[in-house]
Design a protein around this ligand. Structure first.
Ligand code: F6R
Length: 606
């Protein structure tokens, strides 16, 4: 992952780089650094921890100059520490890197033999020494080309040079990289978001390309060193509201935004007058789609799992789901009648992008469901459906998950309607039901204090389980993931019916177990499985919906009842208590909720 920023200007750049790095912390936050060039010398400042720490050091050492590069890190090689933080500099060059150099061990051996001394445990430092070595014998462009040819793996690079004091080099393979244009200054960024505070005019490097960023122009080259022309694009310059408002954490704000984000998304897609779903210019004939493959990672993958149930219910289309990191290395049988759907909040997840790229290379139909519309996944897929939920800052995905679910549901209904697999009346009723969602989510959020109370036992537990059937099974997976990543409590999500095939052995006296059982067709079966857990000592928190029939609540530890809605929309409501549970468990433990340990918001390494 990691975030990169570079500025070539005639004014001091460190302050602007630090501001940009603060925005990039969603890509990594275990260490940070800046290198500038001034009066013929490279000055490097770096530290473990957040950009705030770096800022404090720089205030004292006054590292500044008219050209510089900065980095926030998510460690891949070598633990988070000052020495492993980027930039990695020699006397001649300074390098920031996002990605992984797969042949770094071998390259390091050769370089050590040639007399180079390494300071860090990172793969990145080989780039520093490699380019330093080539510059002894070759000009700048030849040295870059030779160095890039030696590197295996994925990377986005920013490099400054003692002997070329008016140039920043950018290069990419696998990882995205953007160039920005300003008045008498130009920029380099790991994505256009990194550049947003400075400019809205950007170009993107294509795979294998590199560029020379001067103050007044940028030259682009392909992997053979031939000049290429670049389109200059205008990205939206709206620096949206990244303020926590009155909330203690972005995650809390994002949970509470959900009634509004769902409302905005519905507004974008639903034509209330004609009772229709606006999915305009969909490039394929829905009747010719024979199968659908849904691909994502983490929470986005969970939304794919739920969509599988919807697609099976509303269409005759065969549907499969895949985890992007598995799909990309599988011997896939590509079918031209198959639609490949990629789900990603950031639109930059390396594995999801690689899966998309594989489909593009095999000339498949590709559709992406993203939040960040300027992202690599959105730019390169055949068709894009945005989730319109605004920036999600908290590392744990909340409002984007509901947004993904909503767009997947809308797409399923629309395809079903176009294929005549749902009646006009059925379609209208489903649209009416959807319009109720924002209010019902708002009402469901009122269970906050009950979830806060329940979370106390989860935060103290050594392990916990989340169970559900049907649509509620992926919700159980999502609830467990949230608890793991925020409260660092071991949690497993399981189909309730699978417990007796092994995991029931984990249940011991007092173990907290969440059972998700809305009054749908699976309700009675799930309640039976719940009783099996209770009789083995499990402390069950049942999440169901309000109803007149009494739940068999014998020996239940706690019962939470959310609003009632049509069965297929329960996933939207059932998610809310689980988000609150994880949030409050982590809060009571005093953890950094918006930036949980070891994680990053945008996962740009595989
Ligand atoms: C968990 C979470 C992650 C992401 C995953 C994919 O709360 O946020 O599991 O869902 O890293 O990220 P995107 O959606 O950006 O592709």
């Amino acid at each position: 992952m990691c975030g990169i920023v570079g500025i070539n200007s005639s004014k001091p750049v460190t302050g602007v780089i630090l501001n940009s790095l603060k925005k990039l912390e969603y890509r990594g936050y275990d260490s940070a650094g800046v290198a500038t060039l001034k009066d013929g010398f490279i000055n490097e400042t770096k530290c473990e921890g957040r950009v705030e720490n770096l800022e404090n050091i720089i205030t004292k050492n006054k590292n500044d100059g008219p050209i510089g590069i900065g980095h926030v890190r998510w460690a891949t090689h070598g633990q988070p520490s000052e020495v492993n933080a980027h930039p990695h500099s020699s006397e001649k060059v300074s390098v920031v890197h996002n990605g992984i150099i797969e042949n770094s061990t071998l390259l390091k051996k050769h370089l050590i033999r040639a007399g180079h001394v390494f300071k860090s445990q990172t793969d990145t430092e080989v780039i520093t020494h490699l380019i330093t070595e080539y510059l002894k014998k070759h000009d700048l462009k030849t040295s870059i080309l030779k160095m890039l040819k030696r590197l295996h793996g994925s990377f986005a690079l920013g490099i400054i040079f003692k002997d070329f004091p008016d140039i920043i080099v950018g290069a990419r393979r696998g990882s995205p990289l953007a160039v920005g244009y300003g008045p008498n200054e130009n920029y380099l960024g790991s994505d256009s978001y990194a550049l947003k505070t400075m400019t809205n005019k950007v170009s993107y490097l294509d795979d294998g390309e590199f560029c020379l960023i001067h103050k007044n122009q940028v030259e682009f080259f392909n992997s053979e060193g031939e000049k290429v022309n670049k389109e200059v694009l205008e990205v939206s310059s709206d620096d949206q509201n990244y303020d926590k408002g009155n909330f203690k954490h972005f995650m809390a704000k994002e949970i509470y935004e959900q009634p509004n984000t769902i409302k905005s998304c519905l507004k974008e897609y639903i034509d209330k007058i004609n009772k229709d779903i606006n999915i305009i210019n969909f490039p394929w004939n829905s009747k010719e789609i024979e199968s659908i493959k849904l691909i994502g990672c983490g929470t986005a993958y969970h939304s794919c799992l739920i969509a599988k149930y919807w697609i099976e219910q509303f269409t005759d289309i065969e549907v499969e789901t895949d985890i992007a990191s598995e799909f990309r290395y599988r011997k896939n049988k590509f079918k031209s009648s198959q639609l490949y759907i990629f789900v990603s909040q950031s639109g930059e997840t390396a594995d999801t992008y690689a899966a998309l790229d594989l489909c593009i290379k095999n000339k498949m139909k590709t559709c992406s469901i993203v939040n960040v519309v300027e992202s690599s996944i959105a730019r390169d897929s055949g068709y894009v459906l945005p989730i319109h939920c605004g920036p999600e800052v908290g590392v744990a995905s909340t409002k984007a998950f509901l947004g993904q679910l909503l767009v997947l549901y809308l797409l399923t209904l629309k395809i079903s309607f176009l294929r005549n697999e749902i009646s006009k009346d059925g379609y209208s009723t489903k649209i009416d039901n959807l319009l109720e969602l924002p209010k019902l989510i708002e009402n469901t959020l009122k269970i906050e204090s009950e979830m806060q109370e329940a979370s106390k036992d989860f935060s103290k537990a050594k392990g916990s389980m989340f169970l559900g059937r049907g649509y509620s099974f992926p919700i159980a997976l999502e609830g467990a993931l949230k608890l793991k990543e925020l409260a660092y409590v071991h949690a497993e999500g399981y189909p309730a019916g699978e417990m007796k095939h092994g995991p029931l052995a984990l249940i011991e006296n007092g173990m907290p177990v969440v059972v998700i059982a809305p009054r749908d067709e699976f309700y009675k079966k799930t309640v039976s499985n719940m009783q099996e857990v209770i009789s083995r000592g499990g402390k069950v928190l049942l999440i169901s919906n309000k109803s007149t029939d009494e739940v068999s609540s014998e020996n239940l530890w706690k019962k939470i009842e959310v609003e009632t809605i049509s069965d297929d929309l329960f996933p939207f409501l059932m998610t809310i208590p689980l988000q609150l549970l994880a949030y409050y468990a982590a809060n009571s433990l005093g953890y950094d909720i918006d930036k949980p340990r070891n994680l990053a918001k945008s996962v740009t390494v595989e």
